[in-house]
Design a protein around this ligand. Structure first.
Ligand SMILES: [Zn+2]
Length: 299
């Protein structure tokens, strides 16, 4: 039998304080978050001075074992079934266990994702802004995290996410994304661990954290990979710019060509802002999510 339940590690400091919950590997094809969370677990055993840390990495062991976004057991995406169900399918049971054992009772959730097999994203820390106090606190911690981009999404978290499970329990929550592609970049891995340490330092839970080396770019927009900009035609996606690049409205960001290189359609930037996500696989079908943009956050 494969291991299906996530292993939640709890580290308690001698002094009482906040509880911070950390998830890595909600998607089994995202190495960065798992490696960062496990490094932090070892590090915090000797450095946590106040409060409690709960870590589940990999959060979805079955998906991690098969290096896949979804569970090989029931085909489900863990990040679509929170808060889960004790009587549901294997992935729904995992979501339920994480909600009960890791998220419930925490003061902050940090969910370490990356762009996985299918996408590419810059190093970012995101949060949902529904104008409530929980999202104000989430914004505070996202800024302290200090990723290359700080991405604000308007409204409540989409249903089924770890963030939605947290918000439903009035718990602030932030998440990260990074390059993905089943590669791990030193700067991003360090960015994940340094970011968590800055958040913990701001809560007086660790004594030291390195400051950020450059200012974060604040952006706003919908980050849902289920509803990005769709491919207008089938063909091969040819990128003009890299993720994280600043773009002007109307600037051509990608072409779709046929296998002879003939131009089929062009995809312009819908507004001034930044390219925050692109699909990695060049061969696309009509309607596939290929790009996500965000605008500069003036709020
Ligand atoms: Zn993910």
């Amino acid at each position: 039998m494969p291991i299906t339940s996530p292993h939640v590690v709890t580290i308690s400091a001698p002094s009482p304080g906040p509880t911070v919950a950390i998830l890595g590997g909600v998607h089994g094809d995202e190495y960065e978050g798992v490696i960062a969370a496990r490094w932090l677990t070892a590090f915090l055993r000797s450095t946590l001075v106040r409060g409690t840390i709960r870590v589940a990495a990999p959060a979805h062991p079955a998906a991690w074992e098969s290096t896949s976004r979804e569970s090989p057991t029931d085909g489900k995406n863990l990040a679509r079934v929170f808060p889960g169900s004790p009587d549901g399918s294997a992935t729904e049971v995992v979501a339920h266990e994480l909600t009960q054992q890791l998220i419930a009772g925490a003061d902050l959730l940090i969910d370490l994702h990356s762009a996985g097999t299918n996408y590419e994203m810059p190093f970012l820390c995101g949060f949902q802004d529904d104008d409530g106090n929980v999202s104000k606190t989430s914004r505070h911690f996202a800024r302290i995290f200090g990723a290359e981009f700080t991405w604000r999404h308007s409204g409540k978290p989409a249903p089924g996410r770890s963030l939605s499970a947290a918000y439903d329990l009035n718990i602030p929550a932030i998440y990260t994304e990074g390059g993905g592609g089943r590669s791990v970049r030193y700067d991003e891995l360090k960015g994940y661990t340094d970011g968590v340490r800055r958040v913990l330092h701001s809560l007086s839970m660790v004594e030291e954290a390195l400051p950020t080396t450059s200012a974060s770019t604040f952006v706003v927009g919908d980050g849902n990979t289920d509803i990005g900009m769709p491919a207008p035609t089938a063909g091969y996606l040819v990128m003009h710019v890299e993720t994280g690049t600043q773009v002007a409205q109307g600037q051509i960001v990608a072409d779709i060509v046929d296998s002879d290189g003939a131009l089929l359609s062009r995809i312009p930037a819908p507004h001034h802002g930044y390219l925050m996500m692109r699909r990695r696989e060049a061969r696309v079908s009509t309607g596939d999510t290929v790009l996500i943009f965000a605008a500069k956050d003036e709020g």
